[in-house]
Design a protein around this ligand. Structure first.
Ligand code: ADP
Ligand code: MG
Length: 314
C-alpha cells in the first residue's frame, strides 16, 4: 500500500452511515428512492499537477474534467460543482483564460458551477463535484468477476507522453508534441452514462495514476487478479513505433475508464459503443490468479511491474 492510502486509512477513514464512503471514485448519499448523489473532490496543485507554463484555459478545463471523470466512473451523470481556488496574485489575463476553460468544460459535460471559495496562497484548484446515479446503475471498484473482460475507454498513455514532452525528456516533431500535450492538459472523459453501463459492466474506475495502478484498485477491492495484453492496448501509433508501452501501462492523467464486463456482453458492448461513438477496447481479462500479469507485445510476461504515479513516494 502506498503512503497516500496509508494516510487516508489511518487518519481519515471512519465508519459512516452513508451508503458508500471513502474508497471509491465518489461517495454516495441517498437522493431519493431510485437515485444517489455521487460526490467527489479532486485538487490540482502548482508544480505537482501543472506548471506555471500550463495555459490557464487548459487548466480551467482540466480542473473540472478530472472530477467529471470520477462521476462517470461511478456510472453517474455530473450535475453541479463547487470551485475552491487559491491564487498568489490577481492576474486578469490568467483568470480570464482559466474561467473560459472551466466554463467550456462545464458546458460540454452539463455541469453548473454553484459555489466555491477564493483565497490567496500558492496556486491550487480544488473542485467538488456532485452527480447523480441511479441506484441500479452504480459501478463500484469491488464487483469485478473472474473471467470478466477488461475494457478501457479512449486511448491511453498519451497524456504521460505529453508530460515528458513538457519536461523535455523526449523530443519529437512539433505537431505530434502538440497532440500529446493537448491530451495532458485537456482530458476528455468518456461519457458512458448513455450506455446504461450497469446492464453491461460489473465494475469501473477512472485512470488518474496509470492503468496498472488504477486497475490494481479494482483487483484489490474485488479480490481478483488480471491478465493484460500490451498488443491490445489502445495507444497512439508513436507508442507502437517506439515500443513505448510503459506510457500506457504506468503513465497517469488519462482520465479514461477501466471497466470490467462478462464475456457474454462483448458483442453488445461493441455494438453500443459504436452507436454512441465511444471508443472501447478490450485489453485483457480478470483471473483468479495470485498476481497481475502483463504480457509484452511478444506475449512474454513483464517481470517488474511498476506501480504508476505515487503521491508521497519515498
Ligand atoms: P481518485 O483517484 O478516484 O480521485 P483517490 O485515490 O484520490 O481517488 O482517493 C481514494 C479514496 O480516498 C476516495 O474515496 C477519496 O474520496 C478518499 N480520500 C482521499 N483523500 C481523503 C482525505 N483526505 N480524507 C478523506 N477521504 C479521502
Ligand atoms: Mg478516480
Amino acid at each position: 500500500m502506498t503512503l497516500e492510502f496509508e494516510i487516508i486509512n489511518r487518519y481519515f477513514k471512519k465508519n459512516t452511515n452513508v451508503p458508500l464512503g471513502i474508497g471509491d471514485d465518489a461517495a454516495l448519499i441517498n437522493k431519493n428512492k431510485r437515485e444517489f448523489w455521487a460526490i467527489s473532490q479532486d485538487t490540482l496543485n502548482n508544480d505537482t499537477h501543472f506548471s506555471s507554463d500550463t495555459p490557464p484555459v487548459e487548466l480551467g478545463w482540466k480542473a473540472l474534467a478530472v472530477n467529471v471523470s470520477d462521476i462517470y466512473a461511478m456510472g453517474g451523470k455530473p450535475n453541479y460543482a463547487l470551485l475552491s481556488i487559491s491564487l498568489n496574485q490577481h492576474n486578469e489575463k490568467w483568470l480570464k483564460g482559466f474561467s473560459q476553460g472551466l466554463h467550456a468544460c462545464a458546458k460540454k459535460y452539463g455541469v453548473e458551477i454553484i459555489g466555491g471559495d477564493t483565497t490567496r496562497g500558492a496556486t491550487s484548484i480544488s473542485i467538488t463535484i456532485i452527480g447523480s446515479v441511479f441506484k441500479k446503475n452504480v459501478l463500484k471498484r469491488d464487483a469485478a468477476k473472474v473471467e470478466d473482460d477488461i475494457w478501457v475507454t479512449g486511448k491511453i498513455g498519451l497524456a504521460a507522453i505529453g508530460l515528458d514532452c513538457v519536461k523535455k525528456k523526449i523530443a519529437m516533431k512539433e505537431g505530434l508534441k502538440k497532440t500529446f500535450i493537448e491530451y495532458l492538459n485537456k482530458p476528455q472523459p468518456s461519457n458512458i452514462y448513455s450506455l446504461q453501463a450497469k446492464k453491461l459492466f460489473h465494475s469501473a474506475i477512472d485512470i488518474s495514476d496509470g492503468l496498472i495502478a488504477d486497475l490494481s484498485h479494482i483487483l484489490k477491492s474485488s479480490g481478483v487478479s488480471a491478465e493484460i495484453f500490451s498488443n491490445q492496448l489502445p495507444v497512439h501509433p508513436w507508442t507502437k513505433k517506439n515500443e513505448a508501452y510503459h506510457y500506457a501501462l504506468y503513465g497517469g492523467d488519462d482520465y479514461q475508464l477501466i471497466l470490467t464486463a462478462a464475456q457474454k456482453n462483448r458483442s453488445q458492448i461493441e455494438l453500443l459503443a459504436k452507436q454512441e461513438k465511444i471508443k472501447l477496447t478490450c485489453i485483457g481479462k480478470i483471473t483468479n490468479g495470485k498476481k497481475l500479469k502483463v504480457f509484452d507485445t511478444h506475449g512474454i510476461p513483464l517481470k517488474n511491474l511498476n506501480k504508476g504515479f505515487l503521491h508521497f513516494d519515498k
